[in-house]
Design a protein around this ligand. Structure first.
Ligand code: PLP
Length: 441
């Protein structure tokens, strides 16, 4: 394409070309991206936006992080592909060693793939190989990806309609969703949702359990933070049945929660830990890491990915992890304290904010209709996806990109680059107030 043509490209040109030539699954935030740097993206019409969603929680080290881009460039000049399982190379070896250092406890050996869903499915294969068992228990409302294996684990019918896999060795337990708790009858939290994992194992499995698969903080469910002690109890239940605990850190990993990993907020070490999203700050890469004993259950030829562990992506990941450890996770933790207070204030000031929750820079505001019907299971106000849409449009008009998600599609998602500064968060909160005032008027 000539420079001349490129200069004349507009947002409308890009979107209409998508409409004509892309399969109709793309969701528009109405912000095509021409270039991006730090916490800002620019569209084809020359507008600049503050990005509080990081391309679904991916560019944790900031768009175009200099060290990460330089590392990728240097590797691009060296060589791009050789299949990392056929031709070992330095960036891949370095990343495997680094992951052994930065992952919790005695997690040591990694497999590299290209995405989160692949990392989750690989982890399940490894759990099956190690335990010799087949069945999996996952959570209702959990999300683990869109390919058929991960879709079987995903506990949300909106991702499955008409395409659900016919894999029946997965059962689902209650999510640790305190705001719409299905377990404790409105009383104080008794962690009954953790014990539900045991009930589901007892009723839906046939003594052939390979793993329990959970997220430490449920991202797509709506930034749902489990109660204290929940993950520890879930691991205990899995281990009592000689099954493994797979903790899916695809979204919560790489500093997102103000710690390197979501599990760092708990007192456990997972048996296998899938990762992706933030790992290479935007270059496609996934991984799962296990203890040596579990990892060594894989034999030569048991698993492979042609592009997995691409050396350019691994070089970018090495630089990304350095940048995260070099202050970005600390910044996430620092900003998170302030943000927590501001979001809690929105919850107490606005009836339409049902709950503010999250950890680090993985924050959600669940919007409800205080005048609507009782919510699902009769436990809380009716979810208000209509308000979430309005808030996102209001913010977009103020040149701020925010996510919308949650099981009921009513949760505003704040998952900015971890380099975000206080002034940028203040701008976001001010815009949120404007949007909530408009809805509440
Ligand atoms: N697991 C979790 C917890 C996720 O949040 C996601 C994506 O949002 C996935 C897995 C799937 O990742 P990917 O889209 O890279 O396949």
């Amino acid at each position: 394409m000539s420079e001349q043509t490129r200069r004349s490209t507009s947002n409308e040109d890009i979107e209409s070309t998508y409409d004509e030539y892309m399969m109709p699954i793309w969701k528009s935030l109405d912000v095509p991206i021409k270039r991006a740097k730090g916490c800002y993206v620019e569209d084809y019409d020359g507008n600049e936006y503050l990005d509080v969603f990081s391309g679904i929680s991916v560019t944790n080290a900031g768009h175009g992080n200099r060290a990460m881009v330089d590392a990728a460039h240097e590797q691009l000049d060296r060589f791009i592909h050789g299949c990392s399982y056929l031709h070992p190379s330095e960036p891949v070896a370095d990343l495997a060693e680094k992951l052994a250092e930065v992952t919790p406890g005695d997690l040591k050996k990694s497999f590299f793939c290209n995405s989160g869903t692949e990392a989750v499915e690989g982890a399940v294969k490894l759990a099956r190989k190690y335990t010799g068992s087949k069945e999996i228990v996952a959570l209702e409302m959990g999300f683990h990806g869109r390919t058929l294996g991960s879709l079987a684990l995903t506990g949300n019918k909106s991702y499955k309609s008409e395409m659900a896999p016919t894999i029946n060795d997965v059962a689902h337990a209650a999510p640790p969703y305190a705001y719409r708790c299905q377990m404790c009858d409105g009383g104080p939290c008794s962690n009954a949702c953790a014990d539900d994992v045991q009930r589901v194992i007892d009723t839906h499995t046939a003594d052939d359990l390979a793993a329990v698969v959970v997220e430490p903080l449920m991202g797509e469910a709506g930034l749902v933070v489990p109660p204290e002690g929940w993950l520890e109890r879930v691991q205990e239940i899995a281990h009592e049945r000689d099954a493994l605990l797979i903790v899916d850190e695809v979204q919560s990993g790489y500093g997102r929660t103000g710690e390197m990993w979501g599990v760092d907020h708990y007192d456990i070490v997972p048996d296998i830990m899938p990762q992706a999203k933030g790992i290479a700050n935007g270059l496609p890469l996934g991984a799962f890491t296990a203890t040596e004993e579990i990892a060594d259950a894989f034999e030569s030829g048991d698993h492979l990915s042609t592009f997995g562990g691409n050396p350019v992506a691994c070089a970018a990941a090495n630089a990304t992890i350095d940048a995260l450890q070099d202050g970005l996770v600390d910044n996430a933790r620092e900003q998170s304290g302030w943000l927590d207070g501001e979001l809690a204030a929105l919850e107490s000031e606005y009836d339409v904010v049902g709950e503010a929750r999250g950890l680090g820079l993985m924050r959600g505001l669940e919007l409800v209709d205080p005048d609507g019907d009782t919510g699902p299971m009769g436990v809380s106000p009716e979810p208000a996806p209509k308000y979430a849409k309005k808030v996102s449009e209001h913010l977009r008009d103020e040149h701020i990109i925010i996510g919308v998600g949650g099981f009921h599609k009513n949760v505003m998602r704040l998952q900015p680059p971890l380099s975000i500064e206080r002034a940028q968060l203040e701008e976001t909160i001010e815009a949120l107030r404007g949007a909530l005032d408009e809805i509440s008027a």
